[in-house]
Design a protein around this ligand. Structure first.
Ligand code: SAM
Length: 294
């Protein structure tokens, strides 16, 4: 049997059996591998790092999309940077948005995902509300005059092509493209193995946003088990509204999610103190989270 080895850390590797290799190629920007695993179904790997699997991608995509969408409550214009597999687009389009703009650096990721992983986007790319641009997210944000209610950074890790999507200048530019009440969510790595990554994202977002709150999603195929996402906006409570408010907003989505429910939204913002970025520790969040509306 052939095995795929993900070597993210010096003393820890993850291995997944490759029942078959579906596609392996180097695009202009990165190495793309798609293979079949008996437990997780098809797996998408970029530059040796697992991006998603058919079996557990719903946890990541629902949590990166529905947390900001339901925290906002009436988002009409949504921007996704990265996310060329279409999973985040699929979840965003479950909401009655006017438009979801997806800006992906590597057009081959979109084409390959549509061809080999059609269950990830579920035809979201054909939705008339979807607008897809193939270009660097930093260039797009610097040049666009559009304004958004929600911006989702569904990027690779802060190395290679994804690195510029983690800079203070990029977050500042995103802030300037948000309408009043707008929110941003950033994929921020595995807090167990990459605490510095989460610390960096929180610190840099805090320079542009008055409220910054990390939350967690358990994704089995992300080494470390827990993925950190960071939400930022104008108010702390706005990122994690009371359950009663989330339940009202969740109405039309009922039965269309497999992991996200309002109670999970609330619980995801409760971090164990050891995961809490030190820059946010002076302002403990669990007290407020636990007292109101749970
Ligand atoms: N679920 C994911 C994970 O594991 O981190 C993210 C998935 S999605 C495939 C990440 C996408 O971000 C990739 O397709 C990559 O090409 C895209 N990307 C990386 N750097 C980018 C940039 N500067 N601008 C736009 N897209 C970028």
């Amino acid at each position: 049997m052939n095995w795929f080895q993900e070597k993210l850390y010096e003393h820890h590797k993850q291995m997944l059996s490759m029942e078959s290799v579906i596609y392996h190629w180097r695009t202009e920007f990165q190495d793309v591998l798609i293979f079949e695993n008996a437990t997780f179904g098809k797996v998408l790997v970029l530059d040796g790092i697992v991006q998603l699997t058919e079996r557990d991608n719903h946890i990541y995509h629902e949590m990166i999309a529905h947390v900001p969408m339901l925290a906002h409550g009436s988002a009409q214009e949504v921007l996704i940077i990265g996310g060329g597999d279409g999973g985040t687009l699929r979840e965003v389009l479950k909401h009655p948005v006017e438009r979801a703009t997806l800006v992906e650096l590597d057009g081959e990721v979109i084409d390959l995902s549509r061809r080999h992983l059609p269950g990830i986007s579920e035809r979201a790319f054909d939705d008339p509300r979807a607008s897809v641009l193939v270009m660097d997210g930093t260039r797009y944000i610097a040049e666009t005059e559009s304004m958004f209610d929600v911006i989702i950074i569904d990027s690779t890790d802060p190395m290679g092509p994804g690195e510029p999507l983690f800079t203070p200048a990029f977050y500042r530019a995103c802030r300037s493209r948000l309408r009043p009440g707008g929110l941003i969510v950033v994929q921020s790595g595995a807090p167990f193995f990459q605490p510095a990554n989460l610390e960096m994202v929180c610190g840099r977002l805090a320079a542009s946003f008055s409220a910054v709150r990390p939350y967690l999603a358990p994704v089995p195929t992300y080494a470390g088990g827990m993925l950190a996402l960071v939400a930022a906006g104008g108010s702390r409570d706005g990122l994690c509204p009371p359950c009663r408010v989330l339940r009202e907003r969740f109405g039309a989505l009922q039965g269309r999610t497999r992991y996200y429910v309002p109670e999970v939204h609330r619980a995801a913002f409760i971090l164990a103190p050891s995961f809490e970025p030190s820059s946010l520790r002076e302002d403990p969040m669990p007290a407020g989270v636990l007292k109101s509306g749970a």
